[in-house]
Unconditional design. Structure first.
Length: 256
């Protein structure tokens, strides 16, 4: 059986403290992770950090992007991290140590091929102040937690990155390859493909009068989560996109 390996990217969403970014980069270097992306960092001088000893390459190659989709759009899998405290979540949290089992159960099906398939995965961490928002978590196929004491559930950002990278490396579900494999028809749909489906479906549902102003945002969050749960492949996403495009054309939303 061709079991996929995962090429992981660490994504920090709206970090406020450059020292935490440096600590995260050092933790990544400790366990062989190299790709770091920072979404809308709080300080424009986020690269100026003194806590990335031994992780200069990670910091220098890190990219700052304005929006979450810029960081996860090409990923086949997005994993969100949260303590789950003080927040109502519509789905079950997976303990970090159980993530490899989850990946095994949800591995993509594909025709047999030579060698090992490498897919892109993004590991998301929220800001130090608020963590990941509900909207940001809606982009994730799975949410994981580090089992911490109920009396002090949240962790420092750098420490959380270190624990997650250690566990992924220890359980052998990460690869340090610089590049991932070319996306084939049967590979999981990238986040950007799924987001295009959400946007297209929103236009159709708006035209049909299904989306109501007060509940529109919540309904679209549920729609995005449904698409993630379906585990669509790139081929599936193209089919669904084509169906929605035909409906748009019939409704007059596309130029004839």
């Amino acid at each position: 059986m061709n079991t996929p390996a995962w090429n992981w990217r660490v994504v920090l969403v709206q970090p406020r403290n450059p020292l935490n970014i440096g600590a995260a980069a050092r933790a990544m270097a400790n366990f062989g992770f190299r790709e770091l992306m920072v979404v809308n960092p709080y300080e424009p001088t986020w690269r100026e950090t003194r806590s990335a000893v031994g992780a200069g390459d990670v910091v220098r190659s890190a990219r700052a992007v304005p929006a979450l989709m810029d960081a996860v759009g090409d990923a086949n899998l997005a994993v969100g991290t949260t303590s789950g405290s003080r927040r109502h979540l519509a789905r079950e949290l997976v303990a970090l140590a159980e993530l490899p089992d989850w990946l095994q159960c949800h591995r993509p099906t594909r025709p047999a091929s030579r060698g090992r398939t490498v897919l892109r995965a993004a590991l998301l961490f929220g800001s130090e102040k608020t963590g990941l928002s509900n909207d940001e978590m809606s982009h994730c196929q799975v949410l994981v937690r580090i089992p911490t004491s109920p009396g002090c559930p949240s962790m420092n950002l750098g420490q959380a990155v270190a624990v997650c990278c250690y566990e992924l490396a220890r359980q052998g579900v990460a690869t340090n390859r610089a590049t991932g494999a070319r996306i084939h028809r049967s590979h999981p749909a990238a986040q950007q493909s799924l987001e295009h489906l959400v946007d297209r479906a929103a236009r159709v549902l708006d035209a049909a009068g299904y989306l109501k102003p007060k509940s529109r945002a919540a309904t679209l969050l549920k729609l995005r989560q449904l698409l993630l749960k379906l585990g669509l492949t790139e081929y599936d996403a193209r089919i669904v996109g084509g169906v929605l495009a035909q409906i748009e054309w019939k409704l007059g939303l596309l130029a004839r």
